[in-house]
Design a protein around this ligand. Structure first.
Ligand code: SAM
Ligand code: SF4
Length: 327
């Protein structure tokens, strides 16, 4: 088992398969982005290798993320390899959904269990403004494609930005309820330097989001909770679980069970800190021996920070963007 020095067990890996994306969401990326050259990123075989070693060390759930995972050629092939690793309980995916109409069936056949799809607005013009390049109809078709494949759970992720989509929270909730989808409302996190906007101005706490929703629906705490940072609520008479991810206002670090691997093979021990270990160099230096890689992962647990210290102060923002982090 992977244990850190605060007694937390790490059994969840978020595996970034690309830093690239077909969208440019305003809270995630700058308008002009430089992406990694191909030689710098892990091959599909290397991603499979490192995932297998994590599972051998006790990881039970893997989430494929990015960047946009569906732009990585061979994603379904990789998903098939990963879901076949003995000991892995769940293989999940976070996506912007736009390419799901073409890929949902292959991903289901490859053994993927759950899908999270990002959806910040139901208004096409506003959706385009928030994503800079995204097309709402593609994403709505992607959600339908995922529903048609009957993944074990589908969850919508909505980053809430005051003045940009906070007047749509009720509509987004009703959209999820009508389709038995889960939905999580996320506070924006200060990852990457934004020169075009002030994150603090758009901040909305989970508490105020919940209060806003409670004006129109009854919210009761859900009986089941997840191991993740979401706290879940339900509307009586509906299946959907409604989550609130509150990195600012309700610190969830004490129960953190996860680490992230960037597509360049950097193991990030915390979303909100720079502590990391370069696993790519270890892997490439020992192509036929997994022992050094396993040792590097075990040793990395010693530098997992106790907590993040997110703040809206510009000088305290991390330089790393979310697409590089594996959100
Ligand atoms: N491209 C995929 C997608 O959009 O779902 C997967 C990667 S994306 C980085 C993962 C999640 O992080 C998305 O739900 C996105 O909305 C969220 N995200 C990105 N930047 C964020 C930020 N600065 N604060 C909070 N959430 C963010
Ligand atoms: Fe792309 Fe996801 Fe980032 Fe949006 S949030 S730019 S879809 S990686």
């Amino acid at each position: 088992m992977l244990k850190d020095r605060f007694g937390r067990t790490v059994d969840y890996l978020r595996l970034s398969v690309t830093d690239r994306c077909d969208f440019r969401c305003i809270y995630c990326m700058a308008e002009e982005m430089a992406f990694l050259p191909r030689a710098e990123i892990l091959s599909l075989e290397e991603l499979q290798r490192v995932a297998r070693v994590f599972v051998e060390l006790g990881v039970r759930r893997i989430r494929l993320t990015g960047g946009e995972p569906l732009v990585r050629p061979g994603l379904a092939r990789l998903a098939g390899w990963l879901s076949a690793i003995p000991g892995l309980d769940e293989l999940n995916l976070t996506t912007n959904g736009a390419r799901l109409p073409a890929q949902a069936a292959d991903l289901k056949a490859a053994g993927l269990s759950r899908i999270n799809i990002s959806l910040d607005s139901l208004d096409a013009g506003r959706f385009r403004a928030l994503t800079r390049t995204g097309n709402l109809d593609d994403v709505l078709a992607g959600i339908e494609a995922a529903r048609a494949e009957a993944f074990s759970r589908i969850k919508l992720n909505t980053v809430v930005l005051r003045g940009r989509n906070d007047d749509e929270l009720e509509d987004l909730l009703q959209f999820a309820l009508a389709r038995d989808l889960d939905i999580s409302f996320i506070e924006e996190m200060p990852l990457g330097q934004m020169d075009t906007r002030d994150r603090g101005e758009a901040f909305m706490s989970s508490q105020s989001i919940r209060e806003r929703l409670a004006d129109t629906v009854q919210l009761v705490p859900a009986a089941t909770s997840s191991a993740g940072p979401s706290r879940y609520w339900q509307v009586p008479g509906h299946q959907s679980r409604i989550g609130f991810i509150s990195p600012h206002s309700e610190n969830f670090c004490a129960s953190c069970n996860r680490v992230r691997l960037t597509v360049e093979g950097r193991l990030l021990l915390c979303l909100g800190n720079e502590h990391s270990v370069d696993l790519k160099t270890v892997m490439r230096a020992n192509p036929d021996d997994d022992a050094p890689l396993a040792s590097a992962i075990v040793d990395a647990m010693a530098i997992k920070p106790e907590r993040h210290h997110f703040s809206h102060e510009p000088e305290e923002q991390l330089v790393r963007f979310m697409n590089m982090t594996g959100g």
